[in-house]
Design a protein around this ligand. Structure first.
Ligand code: ADP
Ligand code: MG
Length: 292
């Protein structure tokens, strides 16, 4: 590649909110046929809000929420923020948590007011040797609205569920439509539940869903696609997306996301909107045309 054309593209990119970190990304992007997108914070706004606290019999809504939020104060996950803010908005006083432990891709554990508390997905519940069978229907009703459901465990007993909603970004539907037109196969990869993922994907024309994936799985999924001969771009915002962004032929970070995601990517979309990918593709095409 001639440095001039890359420089021009880099300058134009900066004007339209696409930061090009490396020239290779620009060159490689033209060959990309598959786009993996993270759900939370990439397709969605990434600012989930608490929408429901559903305790099991024998437990009280505000008590359940208080314990959950007290524990989540120790976590930096967006879901944790939603729960803490939700509790504060209801005027609930939070307690000190002890023995706090974050379980990546699954949830959090600890002790609050002498009670053992855990909050997270089904994988976490199973790790604790428990089942949430009785709550499946309630959980699925929420998931079918695209909500993320977390189970709360108090002293070794599943005591209810907490549900949060994270709306799709206003710019996402049109961006995905345009990306489809450009011929990309679009795959959503998320640590969230299959059912929630499906509800979100349904309105967006996503081709394929990989749900319930652990952070290390995202990079592995990309590697497998590459071994099948696919050229893969990955768009993500989270700390847990960094390995996948690095593995992809082209990593695309949301400028609104974690620093480590931005550092691992070849492109950064300043505003964190996926329509930036359409612009990046055009820049890539224009650059490569000049070079040939
Ligand atoms: P994503 O890929 O959507 O960013 P993660 O891999 O971070 O998701 O988490 C996967 C799932 O693990 C979440 O949907 C949630 O059910 C559970 N989880 C992760 N962190 C927390 C937390 N701090 N509190 C409660 N649940 C959590
Ligand atoms: Mg994310």
């Amino acid at each position: 590649a001639t440095p001039m054309s890359i420089m021009t593209a880099t300058g134009r990119g900066a004007q339209v909110g696409v930061l090009i970190k490396n020239a290779e990304a620009l060159e490689r992007f033209e060959k990309v046929d598959t786009l993996i997108v993270d759900k939370t914070g990439t397709l969605t706004e990434g600012k989930p809000k608490l929408v429901a606290v559903l305790p099991e019999a024998g437990h009280e809504e505000n008590e359940v929420l208080s314990l959950a939020a007290s524990l989540e104060r120790g976590s930096e996950h967006p879901l944790a923020e939603a729960i803490v803010r939700g509790a504060e908005e209801r005027g609930i006083t939070l307690q000190e948590a002890e023995d706090f432990e974050a379980v990546t891709g699954k949830g959090v554990k600890g002790t609050v007011k002498g009670q053992s508390v855990a909050l997270g997905n089904l994988a976490l519940i199973r790790d604790l040797g428990l089942e949430a069978e009785a709550l499946t229907q309630k959980a699925n009703t929420r998931r079918d609205q695209g909500e993320t459901v977390m189970f709360i465990v108090l002293d070794g007993e599943v005591a209810g569920l907490v549900s949060v909603a994270d709306p799709v970004k206003e710019t996402t539907p049109a961006a995905l439509k345009a990306l489809h037109k450009l011929g990309f196969r679009i795959i959503m990869a998320t640590g969230d539940n299959q059912r929630t993922a499906q509800a979100v994907a349904a309105k967006l024309g996503i081709d394929e869903i990989r749900a319930d994936v652990l952070p290390e799985d995202k990079a592995r999924i990309i590697k497998e696609l590459q071994q099948q001969g696919r050229k893969v771009a990955m768009a993500g915002d989270g700390v847990n997306d960094a390995p996948a962004l690095a593995q992809a032929d082209v990593g695309i970070a949301m400028g609104t996301g974690a620093d480590v995601a931005i550092e691992s990517a070849g492109f950064t979309l300043v505003k964190g909107n996926l329509d930036g990918i359409v612009r990046a593709r055009r820049l890539s095409h224009a650059t490569m045309k000049n070079i040939r």
